[in-house]
Design a binder for this molecule. Structure first.
Ligand code: APR
Ligand code: MG
Length: 280
């Protein structure tokens, strides 16, 4: 039905679904996130996603990045721990993907054979999986017991679906819904009025955010926030929706006092503490 109105994920829904941080919780109970991100040419993506994740409720963060990347981002994110060779980890007998509450892969990565091999490993687990940037390619997805979440911008949506941007631009929600069903994955189709389409047909539009977000790095921050929220929410759909909503709300907070021309992606993570508090 092309006339169907897609509901907005709104302030009240955010307020009623954000998790309470239990008094007796410890870093183990809030979940460990795994972020696979960053290459020599794009080390900042790993840092931006890492900052977003550590601001978003998780207990611990492990970042798997190319060895050269680690000393670059470590000074800005000493709270994380680091994995130098994720491919070696995958084959070591004491490595268990089920130890992670959620995994995000792709910021600052390029699509290649190594990426496909890593994804094949990850698809075998039941852990909620966020695929962004370099992890977004045209492929089919195996039936999984855990959720798979794809976060394409329009260009990436076009790359994974084969549909030209001009064709879906005016009917984003219909196309996002269709792809979510086809791939059995949640589709977060980003941009003004981000659409969040779940594989069961449930679809929402996000009302927050503005043109301040149209700057390199903000998508990496979102992926990190989603990883963190998946770790601290019980309901994975709420985690995805609240990450998109609060990421946009941080940009809206910025433009109350500052020009939309001037936001830097890492500043979203700096704005999140007060923005999040306003929904508690
Ligand atoms: N209004 C509201 N939100 C917007 C707008 C807008 N006009 N423009 C962008 N956004 C939001 C999107 O919804 C998304 O959350 O900003 C974020 C941008 O995410 P990406 O497009 O993934 O950008 P990012 O990954 O940070 O860009 C870095 O990725 O694909 C590569 O080459 C690309 O250099 C780019 C790099
Ligand atoms: Mg991106």
């Amino acid at each position: 039905d092309p006339l169907e109105v897609i509901p907005k994920w709104d302030k009240e829904k955010v307020k009623s679904t954000l998790p309470v941080r239990t008094a007796a919780g410890h870093k183990g109970s809030f979940g460990t996130g795994l972020l696979i991100a960053g290459t020599r040419d794009m080390p900042g993506a790993a840092l931006l996603a890492g900052l977003g994740a550590m601001r978003s409720g998780l207990g611990k963060l492990e970042i798997a990045a190319e060895p050269d990347v680690i000393p670059m981002i470590l000074p800005s994110l000493p709270e994380a721990t680091y994995i130098r060779k994720i491919e070696e980890k995958f084959t070591s007998p004491d490595f268990n993907l089920a130890a992670y509450k959620a995994i995000a892969i792709g910021p600052g990565k390029i699509p290649n054979e190594q990426m496909e091999q890593n994804l094949a490993q990850l698809f075998q687990s039941e852990v909620p999986l966020v695929l962004d940037a370099g992890a977004l390619s045209k492929r089919s997805y195996p039936k999984r017991n855990g959720p798979t979440i794809l976060t394409p911008h329009p260009g990436e949506f076009s790359r994974i679906s084969g549909i030209p941007v001009e064709q879906f631009a005016s009917e984003k929600s219909e196309y996002a819904k269709q792809l979510a069903k086809e791939l059995d994955a949640a589709i977060v189709l980003k941009g003004l009025d981000t659409v969040i389409a779940f594989p069961d047909g449930e679809t929402w539009v996000n009302p927050t955010g503005n043109s301040a977000l149209a700057k390199g790095g903000t998508g990496d921050t979102l992926t990190g926030m989603m990883l963190g929220m998946l770790c601290c929410h019980e309901n994975w759909k709420h985690a995805v929706l609240n990450a998109v909503y609060l990421h946009g709300a941080c940009a809206d907070q910025w433009t109350t006092k500052k020009s939309p021309h001037t936001l830097l992606a890492h500043e979203l993570s700096g704005l999140l503490p007060e923005v999040w508090k306003s929904f508690e």
